[in-house]
Design a protein around this ligand. Structure first.
Ligand code: FAD
Length: 465
């Protein structure tokens, strides 16, 4: 029976294993599937910290329904009844501008009357259908794209905070095509964003598809009754027979047509061979595992940078807060020169995030904008966050709980040239047919993307066995 080893039990590793089991059993085939996870608990970035009745996400707070993949997975594993739909307040998103919070307009009418952008900035956006087309043969940065189509003010006040909210990255270094392929394709197919959106709306109408509205990204934000970790917990439980936590994979070599892995478990080194290896780990970890086998692949993988980010969770007594937390939260453009990137008002969006009478806010600190701040000791980062919430939201109350979760290499950055880098990686991988790379470092960082890429990886492996 062939052996398949998956390294990493984040959503990408667990999901690859889930779809492998499904594909192989549908084809009446058998394989031994083992998952090795370096940490003592599975889940990777998807973890919910439960303390004093608060459910605090240390990474993602949910997934969007604008793509179907996560929802299909949820149905597939039978936990639809545990889904928590975000409240309608999730549509009220704010951007800080000129020192105060402005609601992100949801409709064209609200956009015209909003003073988030100056009149000149709004008129420039309205001019979008006449903007210059994309430069040929160039992997354009998000910054250049936004300046070209929407103007500098839209970049500063709309796109920069959006890129911060998703990647904690720098729009002038990130690739439009790799970060937002839908927008890239929309422009190329329809000749502009407004033209593209109108055409899509007409197509949907013709097909009788109704789309739910939401400010910012499309779709509805979903999570689970007791936090996002529910999804990885159920997957880990179903895969428990082959899941080994506390096992770190150090290196891989080739021997006698097989892949030989060096592993460490509780300080002891061992070896195990496998027919198929899936590295469902960050790119820098895959680089290190592959170093003895393929230095050029290692070099390509090492060149994918990561932004550091800290999530600072603050719990409050609602009675002392002096702010209704009436919305999803806010993001701060870099021009405002503040020390946090933004904050999410989690207890307003999902049930069970805070006990009765309490509220939970999670602020994001660091990113490529302020990398050193993400690494501050807990008391300093909590102090800094409290001062920033006082300045932006007027909150001076004493929190009843404060925690900080530091992700040193938090979010992969798809820089200009990312697509070419992936081509180089794929060309090297062609020389190692048993090895597959699957994590958020390559073709999408959202949970939906991780689920889709895992499904595709599992299909490729099942076909090749
Ligand atoms: C703060 C934050 C907020 C986010 N918010 C959202 C959100 O709201 N919505 C959304 O869709 N996405 C969000 N994301 C992105 C999303 O969480 C990630 O893209 C996704 O969880 C990544 O999953 P993964 O399995 O690819 O990687 P990881 O979760 O990083 O899993 C990799 C696993 O591999 C293990 N590992 C590494 N090296 C080895 C080794 N040598 N041997 C064994 N095991 C190893 C690690 O311990 C880890 O468990 C957020 C990310 C962050 C950091």
């Amino acid at each position: 029976m062939p052996r398949i080893i998956i390294v990493g039990a984040g959503i990408s590793g667990l999901c690859t294993a889930h779809y492998l089991v499904r594909n192989l059993s549908a084809a009446g085939r058998e394989a031994e599937i083992l998952i090795f996870e370096a940490e003592e608990v599975p889940g990777g970035k998807m973890r919910t910290i439960r303390e004093d009745g608060f459910n605090m996400e240390w990474g993602p707070n949910g997934f969007l329904t604008n793509k179907p993949y996560s929802l299909e997975l949820v149905k597939d594993i039978g936990i639809e009844d545990r889904l928590a739909r975000s409240s309608d307040l999730a549509r009220k998103r704010f951007i800080r501008s000129g020192g105060r919070l402005h609601r992100l307009p949801e409709t064209p009418q609200a956009f015209f009357s909003s003073n988030l952008l100056s009149l000149r900035g709004r008129l420039r956006i309205m001019w979008e259908p006449f903007a210059a087309g994309p430069p040929a043969g160039v992997d354009e940065s998000l910054g250049d794209f936004a300046r070209r189509r929407l103007g500098s003010e839209a970049l500063e006040k709309l796109l920069d905070p959006m890129v911060t909210g998703i990647y904690a990255g720098d729009p002038d270094r990130m690739s439009l095509r790799s970060c937002f392929p839908v927008i890239h394709d929309l422009e190329r197919k329809y000749g502009g964003l407004v033209k593209g959106m109108l055409s899509l709306r007409r197509e949907r109408k013709r097909q009788g598809i109704k789309r739910e509205m939401s400010a910012g990204p499309g779709g509805v934000l979903m999570s689970f009754d007791s936090g996002a970790q529910a999804l990885v917990d159920v997957l880990a439980e179903r895969l428990s027979e082959g899941l080994h936590t506390g096992v770190s994979v150090e290196e891989v070599r080739e021997r006698d047509g097989k892949l030989l892995l060096s592993i460490t478990e509780k300080g002891l080194r061992g070896e195990i061979d496998t027919d198929v290896l899936v590295l469902a780990v960050p790119a820098f970890a895959a680089a290190s595992v592959l170093a003895p086998l393929d230095p050029r692949l290692t070099e390509a993988l090492s060149s994918i940078p990561y932004s550091p980010i800290s999530v600072v969770a603050l719990g409050y007594d609602k009675a002392t807060l002096g702010n209704p937390l009436d919305g999803f939260g806010f993001l701060i453009p870099r021009g405002e020169k503040r020390k946090i990137l933004g904050a999410l008002w989690d207890s307003s969006v999902f049930p069970n995030r805070a006990p009765e009478g309490k509220a939970l806010i999670r602020a994001m600190v660091g990113g490529v904008r302020n990398p050193a701040l993400a690494a501050l000791p807990t008391d300093e980062i909590v102090g800094l966050t409290r001062s920033e919430l006082a300045v932006t939201m007027g909150i001076t109350a004493e929190p009843v709980l404060s925690r900080a979760f530091f992700h040193e290499k938090g979010i992969p950055q798809y820089l200009v040239g990312h697509g070419k880098l992936l081509d180089r990686i794929d060309a090297r991988l062609a020389a190692h047919p048993g090895i597959h790379l699957n994590s958020n470092a390559y073709r999408g960082i959202a949970l939906n993307d991780c689920v889709l890429q895992s499904r595709l990886t599992a299909e490729r492996i099942a076909r090749g066995l």
